[in-house]
Ligand binder design. Structure first.
Ligand SMILES: *[C@@H]1O[C@H](CO)[C@@H](O)[C@H](O)[C@H]1NC(C)=O
Ligand SMILES: *[C@@H]1O[C@H](CO)[C@@H](O)[C@H](O)[C@H]1NC(C)=O
Ligand SMILES: *[C@@H]1O[C@H](CO)[C@@H](O)[C@H](O)[C@H]1NC(C)=O
Ligand SMILES: *[C@@H]1O[C@H](CO)[C@@H](O)[C@H](O)[C@H]1NC(C)=O
Ligand SMILES: *[C@@H]1O[C@H](CO)[C@@H](O)[C@H](O)[C@H]1NC(C)=O
Ligand SMILES: *[C@@H]1O[C@H](CO)[C@@H](O)[C@H](O)[C@H]1NC(C)=O
Ligand SMILES: *[C@@H]1O[C@H](CO)[C@@H](O)[C@H](O)[C@H]1NC(C)=O
Length: 409
């Protein structure tokens, strides 16, 4: 059994006994774990999820205890079998929580045309979810990346995301690896109280749009103890990301940890309360970044803390870019209306591969307010040598403690 869906029933109604796991073995739904057979039948799993669950007053702890796992099955590197899985959606509401164990390698179909929707494995409207098992999700992106024409074609059909969570509350995802996703590895939308830890993500530096974890319209999201190397942002947070806590994440290669792009659409939800601590960025295009479109719609981005972060040869270690416009023919005079305020960068050290290690390029019409830099030590490590420098425009704030490069606030 390689992919097992476990629904937990509360047997107490029948005279005590606590939580009883009910196993659904994918092989019972026609899946063959031989690494060759295309298990389209696995999509029947979404039917099995409408399972015989009695109660919803559960505690995730008791769920986890009640699921037997092989001794070493949380180890990332233990060799397991391989099974192919077509696109699946686990759609609630389920009347109780569920656990998905993945302890082998699941391979996505390589042809993007075989996907029914914009993702490979999706969870929607689930309250109470645990995903674990030490298994690997192989998105088989290599063959699909060349279909990505989103840089030149604004009508492009996005490639499928490896795992999507929409309207999922009270979830824990851990000890899962994702490799070579076709689009983002994980996408979190409209979720509340979702924690991810011990996640390993990898895709080559050249793979297009392969964000590690993309978050939007979600509250109380925690990401910890994870290693991400990919072709786009390691973690990106867009409109409506609130109370996000990221710690002990190592990122590289990739485009860094980004808030934005913000301000592209009208009435965007505010982005507030993001803390990023104890992270390492190695060889990435950006370190910690806030980017907003210019011109843009008005919105608010505030209350961010970037703390205890080590950078090794990062191109733009600290960057606020309110002139973000990746398309050709941008209007240099256009200004962003996203108000950025209350941002602290504290204890950030290491090396920059470009001379400008700190860039605070804010909007002329809504300048950045209350930006604080505390103990920054970023040296230039690149051709020609010499000191690093900083760039500021339209920003108000303060510097405290060591400032290398010298502050420009
Ligand atoms: C996966 O885990 C299940 C449940 O613990 C176990 O029965 C099975 O042998 C495991 N499979 C592999 C390939 O480790
Ligand atoms: C996620 O982590 C936070 C902080 O440790 C904790 O309060 C919350 O209960 C956790 N949520 C879940 C679903 O485990
Ligand atoms: C970050 O690292 C510091 C110093 O090692 C440690 O005291 C703190 O608990 C860590 N915080 C998180 C959230 O990992
Ligand atoms: C950065 O990554 C490179 C290439 O993988 C590796 O050789 C190097 O040791 C890493 N540096 C740090 C400081 O982790
Ligand atoms: C500046 O921002 C910090 C947090 O980033 C906050 O604690 C402080 O109160 C703010 N100060 C003002 C004057 O807004
Ligand atoms: C910034 O911090 C100050 C002081 O804590 C607070 O009064 C203000 O409302 C904050 N700004 C935003 C946009 O949250
Ligand atoms: C800044 O970092 C350099 C190494 O890159 C180190 O030699 C120096 O002591 C550091 N300065 C401070 C004030 O921490």
């Amino acid at each position: 059994m390689l992919l097992s869906l476990v629904c937990i029933t509360d047997a107490r109604g029948g005279g005590g006994g606590g939580w009883q796991p009910v196993f659904f073995d994918v092989t019972q739904f026609g899946a063959v774990a031989d690494g060759k057979t295309d298990n389209s039948m696995v999509s029947n799993l979404s039917i099995s999820m409408q399972c015989a669950i009695q109660s919803r007053d559960s505690i995730l702890e008791s769920m986890e205890r009640s699921v037997p796992l092989e001794g070493k099955s949380e180890d990332m590197d233990s060799p397991r079998g391989t099974t192919w899985v077509n696109s699946v959606i686990f759609r609630g509401p389920c009347q109780g929580p569920m656990v998905l164990l993945i302890n082998g390698t699941l391979m996505a179909p390589s042809d993007p045309k075989l996907f029914m929707s914009d993702h490979w494995i999706g969870f929607q409207y689930v309250d109470g979810l645990v995903i674990k098992g030490g298994g690997t999700l192989d998105g088989q992106g290599l063959s699909a990346w060349s279909y990505n024409d989103c840089f030149t074609n604004s009508q492009c059909k996005p490639l499928p995301v490896t795992m999507r969570f929409d309207f999922v509350n009270n979830a824990r995802i851990r000890h899962i690896r994702s490799i070579n996703s076709k689009n983002s590895h994980f996408n979190i939308f409209a979720c509340n109280n979702l924690n991810m830890s011990h996640i390993k993500i990898s895709a080559p530096e050249f793979s297009p749009n392969t964000d590690g974890i993309h978050i939007g319209s979600s509250n109380n999201i925690k990401i910890a103890h994870s290693v991400i190397g990919t072709g786009d942002d390691c973690i990106s947070m867009v409109s409506g990301s609130q109370n996000i806590d990221i710690s002990d994440v190592s990122c590289g290669p990739g485009h860094g940890i980004s808030i934005g792009s913000l301000g592209r659409s009208p009435y965007e939800e505010h982005v507030t309360g993001i803390t990023i601590r104890n992270c390492t960025l190695n060889g990435t295009q950006n370190g910690v970044r806030i980017k907003t479109w210019a011109p843009s719609w008005p919105s608010v981005a505030s209350d961010f803390k970037f703390e205890n972060i080590f950078m090794s040869k990062v191109n733009n270690p600290i960057i606020i870019d309110q002139q973000y416009c990746p398309r050709p023919n941008c209007d240099e005079n256009a200004q962003s209306e996203v108000q950025i305020s209350n941002v602290t960068f504290k204890n950030i050290w290491g090396s920059s591969s470009s001379k400008v290690a700190v860039t605070l390029k804010c909007s002329r019409i809504v300048p950045c307010e209350n930006i604080t830099l505390v103990n920054i030590n970023l040296s230039y490590d690149g051709p020609g040598g010499g000191p690093s420098s900083s760039f500021c425009s339209n920003v108000r704030g303060q510097t405290i403690g060591t400032q290398n490069p010298p502050g420009c606030l």
